[in-house]
Structures are given as C-alpha cells and as structure tokens.
Design a protein around this ligand. Structure first.
Ligand SMILES: O=C(O)c1cccc(C(=O)CC[C@H]2O[C@@H](n3cnc4c(=O)[nH]cnc43)[C@H](O)[C@@H]2O)c1
Length: 214
C-alpha cells in the first residue's frame, strides 16, 4: 500500500517523518496552510504518482471539553465548516444552498484501527468530526456557534477538506489526524503548545505502519 501524508508546514512534516522512522510506503508532502493550497498541492501530488490512501495530518485546535492540548483527534468526518452563506437567520450550509456537500467520509475501518491502537498505546485520543476553516477561530462566540451547528465537533484545522476533496475526486480513501496545540476559542497565541502537539503527532504516526498491517 502506498500512502500520501499531507502536512501544512515543515515542522509537522518532520514530526510525521520522525514517527514513521524507516517504514516503507509513505510519502510526506507539504500542503501549505489553508484548504485551497492544500487541495492544489494534493491534486498535484496525486497526478504525479499512484496512492492507495491519503492522510491529512498536523496540529489543530481542540474544542473545549472534548479535545485537550496534547491530545489527538482521529476524524470521523471531514467538514468544510465555513462553506455556505451567512444570513440574518444564521449560517446556511452548502447542502441547503444546493451546491454539493461540505462533509467527506473517512476510511472508517482504518480510522477506527488507528484510534484503537492509539488508545492501547495510552495516548489521549478522541474520535469525532474535524472541521476545516480558512480562518482560525478566535472568539468564544464563533467557537460556540461551530459547536452548536456541527454536532460533536472535536477539532478544527485549515487543510483537511482541501486534501480530502482532491483525494475524493480520484476515488482515493482519506483520513485525518489532528494533534491539539490549542483550544478553539479566544485567540491567545502565547498559550499554543506546538511542542506538545508535535510530539503527539510523532507518536501517533509511529503507529501508522501497524494500522495498515491488515
Ligand atoms: O510556529 C511553529 O513552530 C509552528 C510549528 C508547526 C505548525 C505551526 C502552525 O502554525 C501550523 C498552522 C496550522 O495549524 C493548524 N491549526 C492549529 N491550531 C488551529 C486552530 O485553532 N484552528 C485552525 N487551525 C489550526 C492549521 O491547520 C494550520 O495550518 C507553527
């Protein structure tokens, strides 16, 4: 099996590579920050080479009370949370507008296997929807609106849906993993624990060869 792992930035890429060690069958490439660049970078890589599975991996924000700093979130769904329209009555989804879907399903069996192996390894991990947004949430109000609107929202990041859409259009299964560096809510950049998140990302990726051994 050949697996493509897309990270936004080089520090995440290095953490993934450290975790994978000398394992064969993985390519780890940069997606850039944001869903548009991530979709384009993923599509370009998928045009260059054949892959059986695509994974969007990196750090992310955790929803308070669900995913703490230093923990992991394995995506149950990958959701473009800001794809739609605002209205005086509230957010109107792309589904309600009749323009397609804001939700991409993950490769369920492998996601559950990764979740189980992470739990077995003693790591703090949650399974739930991971949101993709072009703008990092920076207020308690937006965090609350997202949690109310998207049932079970566990984490947010900026690339998952872009990576996933490129894979989906080619019929390639997709997964997403986020290591939590900060809580979703009022912006306090000095409280981000990128070091903790990168360590968790590395630990999670060290289990990937075992996840795919079936
Ligand atoms: O400054 C560093 O050393 C550093 C190392 C690794 C990654 C970063 C980033 O800033 C990556 C940006 C990346 O992080 C995701 N992210 C993290 N928290 C959130 C959030 O609360 N909401 C949305 N996205 C988040 C996102 O995917 C960015 O691409 C810096």
């Amino acid at each position: 099996m050949k697996v493509l792992i897309m990270t936004a930035v080089e520090a995440e890429r290095e953490a993934v590579i450290r975790g994978l060690g000398a394992s064969d069958g993985f390519e780890v490439r940069l997606a850039g920050v944001g869903p548009a660049g991530a979709a384009a970078a993923t599509a370009a890589e998928l045009a260059r080479s054949h892959y059986d599975l695509v994974i969007s991996a990196g750090i992310g924000g955790g929803f308070p009370g669900i995913a703490d700093i230093g923990s992991l979130v394995v995506a149950s769904d990958i959701i473009a949370a800001d794809l739609g329209a605002e209205s005086p009555e509230g957010f109107v989804s792309v589904e309600e507008l009749g323009f397609g879907s804001s939700r991409i399903s993950v490769k369920y069996d492998l996601s559950i296997r990764w979740l189980d192996l992470l739990k077995y390894a003693g790591l703090a991990v949650h399974y739930g929807p991971v949101l993709t947004l072009s703008t990092v949430t920076g207020t308690a109000e937006t965090a609350e609106e997202l949690s109310q609107r998207i049932s079970g929202a566990a984490a947010e990041a900026m690339e998952g849906f872009g990576v996933a859409e490129a894979a989906r259009q080619l019929g390639i299964p997709i997964m997403e993993l986020r290591a939590i560096s900060n809580l979703v809510g009022p912006r306090q950049r000095d409280l981000w624990r990128i070091d903790k998140a990168l360590l968790a990302l590395e630990q999670a990726c060290s289990l990937l060869p075992e996840v795919l051994k079936c």
